[in-house]
Every structure is written in C-alpha cells, then in structure tokens.
Design a protein around this ligand. Sequence first.
Ligand code: SAM
Length: 243
Amino acid sequence: MNSEKLSNRLATVAKYIPEGAKFADIGSDHAYLPCFAVQSGKAISAIAGEVVDGPYQIAKKQVELLNLQEKISVRKGDGLEVISLGEVECITIAGMGGTLIAKILEDGKEKLQGVRRLVLQPNVGAVSVRNWLIRNNWELVAEEILEEEGKIYEILVAEPGDPFLPYGGTNRDASLLMGPFLMKEKSAVFVKKWSNELKSWQKILENLSRASDTPENRRRKDEFSRKIKLVEGVLQNEKSERV
Ligand code: SAM
C-alpha cells in the first residue's frame, strides 16, 4: 500500500494517528489504513478489526501480500471487542455512519481507558459522534472536511479532556450539527455541503407542507424548519463575513 493508492480521505485519517503509535482500525475492510500507517512508519503496529468474514479475509490477504503480519494483527470481531484493555493508544473508525460509530464506541467503552486519541470519519451523521464525545468526556481537538470523487467527508479527532471547550462561544445546536472547528473555518467544501443539505431539506419541507397534517408530519416539519434555520444562520454569517 503506497500513498498513491490511499484515498485522500484515509490519508487524512492517517495524518492524525500519533507518531509511533500502536493503533486499532475498527471496520478496517481491506486494511489499507493500517498497512499505509505501518509501512510509512507513522505507526509501529496496528490491529485491523472486522466483523464481516469477507472483508476480514481481504484484510488478512492484504497484510500477507505486503508481508506485514508481524506488525499488523487482523482480528475478526464486533467493534472494540477485538482489542484488549491498554493494547492501543489510538483508535480509528472510518467509512461508516455516525450512529454506528457512536454505537461501537458506546458498546466498547471500557476498552477506551488508556486510549489517548480517537480519529473518526463518519460518512453521515457526524452529529451523533459529537454528541457521544460530549457525553463521554472526549474533547474534539481537530476537524477536517474534504471532497473526494463527488463525496464530502468529515474527520473528527478527539482526546480525553474538556468536552465543552471547542463549543465555547458558539451556538451549541449549530456547532453540534456542523462541527465547531469546521464552522469557524467555513471552507468552500463546508459551504457546499451545507448548501446542498439546505436544498434537500427545503424540498422535504415543501413536500411535508403538501402532505396531510398528521402529528408525525408536524413533528418532522418542525424538525426540518429548526435545522434549516440553524444552517441558514451559519451560512448567512459566512456571506456577510466575506462581503
Ligand atoms: N474503514 C474502511 C474505510 O474507511 O475505507 C472501510 C469502510 S467500510 C464501508 C465499513 C466496514 O466496517 C465494513 O467492512 C464493515 O463490515 C465494517 N463494520 C461494520 N460494523 C462493524 C463493527 N461493529 N465492528 C467491526 N467492523 C464493522
């Protein structure tokens, strides 16, 4: 696995693995990330965890192909059950929904003692990850947003600390949804992501306005209206700051 073959998304996740760390990549699939991190010298060793047999076999083959068996242990199992307490300093979980990432962390909570960094890349629903981090005293220390092959990805980096620190001085609901660091930075990719979300929510709201007036539809309308207001507020701010 060389850097040309690694996606920008996974290369950005790798960037946040502490130098010389032993880390676990949960839901590793092809094990590209552990192979890259170990081959490049960023990590000294890694565990590639996979719950599904097909990807687990692919990960094993990839590690054997690169002759990295001594440094990368490929293990089959659900979430953090593949690691023992104190075995790794860093955990990466990439390419899944935010709800699943939060569930994996919640289910394996006791294994997080001694872990000093989490690098999480939810494909959707980053808000679930941010909520989990707050509830469990993990402080967001960095966020990145990037676009690759027409998709936009967010990467969240957290360490044990003050979970509220990054949210100080921000609208909490907006920053939980959009990311406190990303909101401050307001990159072009960030503006693109949330402008697209706005358009799709506005369409849903229009459809809901035409649908029958049931309690469930009313609840959904309120929820979308609230989110639209939050995101419009942040994007409006962006426009006025750039005028
Ligand atoms: N992490 C790689 C990446 O970002 O390119 C692969 C992402 S792939 C879309 C998600 C992988 O997570 C799948 O191979 C799936 O089997 C695995 N997975 C899902 N739930 C899991 C769990 N609870 N424990 C371990 N692996 C899981």
